[in-house]
Design a protein. Structure first.
Length: 248
């Protein structure tokens, strides 16, 4: 029987990564700005993927975190099949972080967002050494009248034929923010940066913010859809995929 120690991490092509994410991620969707794609192999079979890339708005992210434009990456997606044994997520993420640290010494930190509207509040991130930077009530994910979920930003960037933002039209027609919270986690390669931030202790996360595998400990208005949006923008997969990746 396999254990988490049996998984292997290899760099894979973007097409393979997208197929895995579309099949196993709860949203069924990929972000188009991912540049580095790691495959999770078990018994020689591809059973998961992790995608990393720059922020959609690098300038804003850098300003908010007090770093350079290219000093951080986001973990865009992590998706593993049910064939992966217990603790595979945290082990896979840990190996990927070591690979990134070894090969990209300009990186200062990794950012990831936990979707506590639809999925979870970041248990895996906490187990992998991430620190909770902040959380806020969701305003960025809209539940559309047809039950699909769309990023408000993607609609803010588009105008209707009469010059109105598509987001305002959607809201007028019944779209509303998903009930729940968005949580920002940071993992530091440059540990000296930690002193510049205040973090939220995990035991101080309010009950109404928490979510585990799509279930909230405190019942409130449910969301009708399990889909997560794809942000606009496209960046080609880079030559970073030529890295040779070993576990240790």
């Amino acid at each position: 029987m396999f254990t988490a120690k049996d998984i292997e991490i290899r760099v894979i092509d973007s097409a393979s990564s997208r197929r895995i994410v579309q099949r196993y991620h709860y949203s069924g969707k990929c972000t188009q700005n991912s540049q580095i794609h790691f495959g999770v192999f078990l018994g020689g079979k591809l059973e998961g993927a992790l995608q990393f890339g720059p922020s959609i708005d690098k300038r804003r992210m850098a300003t908010n975190l007090g770093i350079g434009f290219n000093d951080a990456l986001e973990l865009n997606r992590m998706a593993l099949s049910d064939a992966c044994p217990k603790n595979s997520e945290s082990r896979a993420l840990g190996i990927c972080l070591r690979i990134l640290k070894k090969n990209y010494n300009h990186l200062k930190l990794i950012v990831s967002f936990a979707d506590a509207c639809q999925c979870g509040d970041g248990t895996i991130y906490r187990a992998s050494g991430f620190r909770l930077h902040s959380f806020k009530k969701n305003t960025s994910l809209l539940l559309m009248p047809d039950g699909k979920v769309t990023a408000k930003k993607s609609l803010d960037d588009k105008l209707s034929s009469d010059g109105k933002y598509l987001s305002s039209i959607a809201i007028k027609n019944g779209a509303k923010p998903l009930t729940g919270y968005q949580m920002k986690y940071l993992y530091f390669f440059d540990k000296s940066l930690e002193k510049n931030f205040k973090f939220i202790p995990f035991d101080r996360i309010p009950d109404e913010v928490r979510m585990y595998k799509g279930s909230k400990p405190i019942e409130h208005e449910s969301n009708a859809s399990g889909f997560q949006p794809v942000e606009s923008g496209a960046i080609p997969t880079s030559g970073l995929q030529l890295i040779s990746c070993n576990d240790e």
